[in-house]
Ligand binder design. Structure first.
Ligand code: DUC
Ligand code: ZN
Ligand code: ZN
Length: 473
């Protein structure tokens, strides 16, 4: 029997901390050797001229999530994980969203039923808590954390999801006791509603006004409030999808106090601006860019880049929340034409996160390849309790690898993508650097933009404790 099922030969192996030209030997889905000149493989992939990176871990994606009456997300688990694999990812972390009136355990089971047999790469669910009942706080949440659902998101806005301050504190307190990580959507409910109603009363209803309805002041206030709540309770906090200088400054302030506050940002906040929501002439095409928080200004982009370079951000995620544009169940649903508030919130980005960040970051000299790996894989695994099984290249780790061509030029176009959306916000965006082979637990799942694995290869991962909650982290 061959010593290795697979050897990836002659590539430049790059992790968050090191780089070396060596072969990667794989047996039974795990890395069993890192050395020069490995032989005895059933299959050898020549990686000469390529970089061998840990497979991307995208810790913030939405898949098959209920999105309101008459609205359907554009991706199920089959299409989302196919797109993720083609985009160089080997693990994604979607949310299991609790709808009010429903329990958490039944919510998780429903998402497992949707995912089972359909995933091409590994998945692991975060929870979204929308109904912090005594049973949820006292029994369901503690039991689910023990079962490996060690992170959950809370919302400070949206009629169907918002938690009031008392509930936020209660959820954070469960997280502290059970050693789970709280992720927060930091936009304030009342201020946002006030702005929305004021704009609508002035007849400002086109998708463009989505941005002005939720200015950076609203994100800043909520970020500060969430940080204060986490400090009061004494638990770490992950502020997801940070979009603005103002919100980022709150995180810098928290870090300067020594608080365990972490931050995530996304491609849309580096590459899109509020002007994209104008569409052609303040028309509905602006809906293609409606996401929350909204894209801001070039000054905010510069601030976020500076934050990335200086280590303010721990993770770079897609916040993939895909809706079709030309669809009555998507961005062009009938109510969306009456006001921006009804435009489904989110962008498709699971397949384009890595190329955009590599191109704008590494190819343009803003970050090192090692920082790229940390921000797109290793830190996700650490923060969400998957390290060192995921997020690195080491003997014993899962053989999750992306063979990356750092010089390949490509233009992002809808026609080359695999997601269920009918558009990409980055149509025509030119990049340098592209994933050419994706290997998930030793199986080649995507090669040159073609799917080569099987649905069902991906499995659900129970997770351990976040590095944010481990002593000395
Ligand atoms: N928050 C997200 O994280 N994704 C989509 C929409 C939202 O509000
Ligand atoms: Zn959110
Ligand atoms: Zn999201």
């Amino acid at each position: 029997m061959a010593e290795f099922d697979l050897v990836v030969a002659g590539g430049e192996v790059i992790t968050a901390s090191d780089r070396a030209r060596c072969d990667v030997g794989v047996k039974d889905g795990r890395i069993t050797a890192l050395a020069e000149g490995l032989t005895g493989a059933a299959r050898t992939i020549d990686a000469a001229g390529l970089w061998v990176l840990p497979g991307g871990v995208d810790s913030h994606v939405h898949i098959a999530q209920p999105s309101g009456p008459g609205i359907t997300m554009a991706d199920d688990f089959a299409s989302a994980t196919a797109a993720a694999a083609c985009g160089g990812n080997t693990t994604v972390m979607p949310f299991a969203l609790q709808e009010r009136g429903h329990g958490l355990r039944e919510t998780v089971e429903a998402y497992h039923a949707k995912a089972k047999g359909n995933c091409r790469i590994d998945v692991s669910f975060h929870l979204i808590i929308s109904d912090a009942t005594p049973a949820v706080l006292g029994q369901e949440l503690p039991a689910l954390v023990k079962a490996g659902y060690t992170s959950f998101k809370v919302f400070m806005t949206y009629d169907d999801l918002v938690l009031d301050d008392r509930s936020l504190l209660e959820v954070m307190d469960v997280a502290r006791r059970e050693r789970a990580l709280v992720m927060v959507h930091a936009e304030g409910y009342d201020s946002l509603k006030f702005m929305t109603e004021r704009l609508e009363a002035e007849g400002k209803t086109a998708p463009y006004w989505h941005g002005p309805s939720r200015p950076d002041v609203i994100e800043r206030e909520a970020t500060h409030r969430a940080v204060s709540h986490a400090q009061l309770v004494g638990t770490p906090l992950m502020v997801v999808h940070v979009s603005s200088r103002a919100a980022m400054e709150q995180i810098q302030w928290a870090k300067a106090q020594g608080l365990p506050v972490f931050a995530e940002t996304c491609p849309q906040y580096l590459t899109l601006t509020a002007d994209d929501l104008r569409g052609l002439e303040m028309d509905m095409t602006g809906a293609k860019y409606v996401c929350s928080p909204p894209p801001r200004t070039t000054d905010d982009q510069a601030a976020i880049w500076a934050g990335i370079e200086q280590g303010v951000f721990t993770t770079f995620s897609s916040d993939h929340a895909p809706f079709r544009y030309d669809d009555v169940e998507g961005k062009l649903n009938p109510k969306a034409r009456t006001s921006f508030r009804w435009v489904p919130n989110g962008l498709p980005g699971i397949e384009t996160r890595l190329p955009i960040f590599f191109s704008e970051g590494v190819s343009k000299g803003r970050i090192s390849p090692e920082q790229f790996v940390a921000l797109t894989a290793t830190n996700h695994a650490r923060m969400y309790g998957l390290y060192p099984k995921k997020g690195t290249i080491a003997v014993g780790a899962d053989a999750d690898l992306t063979l990356w061509d750092p010089h390949r030029r490509e233009t992002i176009r809808q026609e080359i993508l695999h997601h269920g959306a009918d558009y990409t916000p980055w149509e025509g965006f030119a990049v340098t650097g592209w994933p050419v082979v994706t290997i998930a637990r030793g199986e080649v799942v995507a090669e040159a933009g073609r799917l080569t694995g099987t649905p069902g290869h991906g499995t659900h991962l129970a997770r351990g404790v976040s590095s944010a909650l481990r002593a000395g982290a």
